[in-house]
Design a protein around this ligand. Structure first.
Ligand code: HEC
Ligand code: HEC
Length: 296
């Protein structure tokens, strides 16, 4: 029988085993660890009895409590769906003015509207909605097709020059290419159109002949879309030409290009791709962007 003794360095007892003079200390597992192991074992036994636990081929032991996560998940999902439907229906039936005045809605528009805008519109209109060449700025108060909520909703529903059966047609003809106007006529029109937003050009003595010819050509060929005062017409999507906001550029070359080759901007219809509530949220979001820019 091996002899147990106290190790002089650590103060612990040895097991009594000895190999070539090396003695083994007796270091049993601490009691606290034992207690912990026993406690977890008891807990797991209780849980085996109460909760679903052991697979039995095609089924499993259901436990005395009858708890079922799949069922409670389904119940939660139905409740969440119902809350969402109520919310969507609220957006669909409520007037724009009421929605715009509701602070809770406002936070929702800022979050959800922004996400919808970034996902669907930002690639053309820019992340801040300020557009660029060929793509209109949606945050200024210059609207091709009207900036009332109902008009924006309609633009989103049918698109512009798109395949939707009710699409808005935006037609700016190729006056040069289709030989509707001569090169001189177009040059005179360019001078006249630039003068509408540049007072200095209007006063320029050397340009008076061109200006007079351009003005007459404008009244004869252009005014029924752009208006006699050239301030545009939202019924045909014709832009205001007097405000120095340009969809296709206001320099001589760009305006010449517009008249020479025409312009037909295309905006997809969102009728099939976004729900009514989503289009309404986007409209509220755009109007919010516009209001924020105008405040500055
Ligand atoms: C493929 C590019 C493209 C995408 C994507 C796009 N748009 Fe447009 N959008 C245009 C163009 C181009 C026009 C101007 C068409 C024209 O020349 O009349 C336009 C016009 C508009 C107008 C009319 C502006 C006015 O002055 O009346 C609104 C409103 C608008 N877009 C909103 C949106 C919203 C909201 C989305 C996202 C759901 C979106 N657009 C996505 C290209 C796009
Ligand atoms: C049938 C209606 C119609 C007639 C007629 C018409 N326009 Fe336009 N014009 C438009 C529309 C619509 C647009 C916008 C095109 C687009 O958004 O793609 C436009 C765009 C323009 C632009 C570009 C503005 C910008 O912001 O870049 C200029 C410039 C212009 N027209 C000048 C003229 C002149 C000059 C004439 C006469 C020779 C004329 N238009 C006749 C409908 C018309």
């Amino acid at each position: 029988m091996a002899k147990q003794e106290r190790d002089p360095h650590t103060g612990r007892m040895t097991t009594g085993h000895e190999w070539n003079g090396i003695k083994e200390l007796s270091t049993p597992i601490p009691r606290l660890v034992w207690m912990f192991l026993i406690a977890t074992l008891i807990c797991s036994l209780i849980m085996w009895v109460l909760l679903p636990a052991i697979p039995t081929g095609k089924s499993y032991t259901k436990g005395l409590l009858g708890a079922d996560e799949t069922q409670s998940l389904a119940v939660n999902l139905i409740a969440a769906q119902k809350r969402r439907e109520d919310w969507v229906q609220h957006i669909e039936v409520t007037d724009f003015s009421v929605l715009a005045a509701d602070p809770k809605m406002s936070t929702y528009v800022e979050k959800t509207g922004k996400r919808l805008f970034l996902d669907n519109c930002a690639m053309c209109h820019g992340a801040t909605g300020q557009g660029g060449i060929n793509f209109p700025n949606l945050t200024d108060d210059q609207w091709l097709w009207g900036g009332a909520p109902e008009q924006i909703m309609e633009t989103l529903r049918v698109g512009i020059n798109h395949i939707h059966e009710d699409t808005r047609y935006s037609v700016m003809q190729a006056y040069g290419r289709d030989e509707l106007l001569s090169r001189d006529d177009i040059n005179n029109l360019v001078v006249y159109i630039q003068s509408l937003s540049h007072a200095a050009l209007k006063a320029d003595e050397t340009k008076q002949t061109g200006l007079a010819a351009g003005a007459a050509l404008f009244q004869a060929n252009c005014s029924f879309c752009h208006g006699e005062d050239a301030k545009g017409m939202t019924s045909v999507g014709a832009p205001n030409l007097t405000d120095d906001f340009w969809l296709y550029g206001g320099d001589k070359t760009s305006i010449y290009q517009t008249l020479q080759n025409g312009r037909q901007g295309v905006m997809p219809s969102w009728d099939k791709r976004l729900t009514l509530a989503e289009r309404k949220l986007l409209t509220l979001y755009i109007l919010k962007l516009e209001a924020a820019v105008n405040e500055k």
